[in-house]
Design a protein around this ligand. Structure first.
Ligand SMILES: [Zn+2]
Ligand SMILES: [Zn+2]
Length: 192
């Protein structure tokens, strides 16, 4: 019973982590918010500016800067959840605490590892998998359209919240963009 509850808790929290990742990425890493403005600066102003367009893949040798999150990001996120999980375990009487912590840890390690390889190819085995190539393209489009593809590891929240983009949109195609804008101008009455 205990192991079953922890396993279920692992799965539920791993799934929840996709939504948490989406929320933090959209509302903290891409919006300047006191006292978390360092997350905005490090992500939007530094990471996105360095790994942009042609430079999506790191060009420098060795360990390129500003790919991984700050060392305190994960401990901070865990600490935020500890009282919530302890309360849930206490109120339900279900042993869910360690399953949830394990689910969060696996998600975070998956995030850091795959995100690193997306920007810094190392020839690791996982880079050959189709799912990894899909995720890398998914993240490349995020670096292009900043408020789309807000998941990095498991794009479940992108699917559920309507922010998934899988191909270049009209903004990236000059001819299509010109047609779109011309059509829009025709529908707008000229200003006097
Ligand atoms: Zn990135
Ligand atoms: Zn971003």
């Amino acid at each position: 019973m205990e192991l079953g509850a922890q396993l279920l808790s692992f799965l539920v929290f791993f799934t929840y982590a996709s939504f948490f990742e989406w929320f933090v990425h959209r509302h903290i890493m891409h919006v300047r918010r006191f006292p978390l403005h360092d997350a905005f600066r490090g992500h939007t102003l530094v990471h996105h500016q360095i790994y942009h367009g042609e430079n999506f893949l790191a060009k420098t040798k060795g360990r390129p800067p500003h790919v991984m999150l700050r060392w305190y990001a994960f401990p901070g996120m865990l600490l935020f959840h500890v009282p919530i999980l302890a309360f849930l375990q206490w109120i339900t009487g279900w042993p869910i605490f360690w399953g949830a912590i394990a689910g969060a840890t696996v998600y975070f390690v998956g995030y850091e590892y795959t995100h690193y390889l997306m920007h810094v190819p190392r020839g690791h085995f996982v880079e050959r998998f189709r799912w990894f190539r899909f995720l890398r393209e998914h993240h490349r489009l995020h670096h292009k359209y900043m408020l789309r593809n807000l998941n990095v590891f498991i794009p479940l929240a992108d699917v559920c919240l309507g922010t998934l983009v899988t191909a270049e949109g009209w903004r990236s195609k000059p001819a299509k963009r010109a047609r779109f804008l011309a059509r829009r101008r025709k529908n707008v009455p000229p200003s006097s």
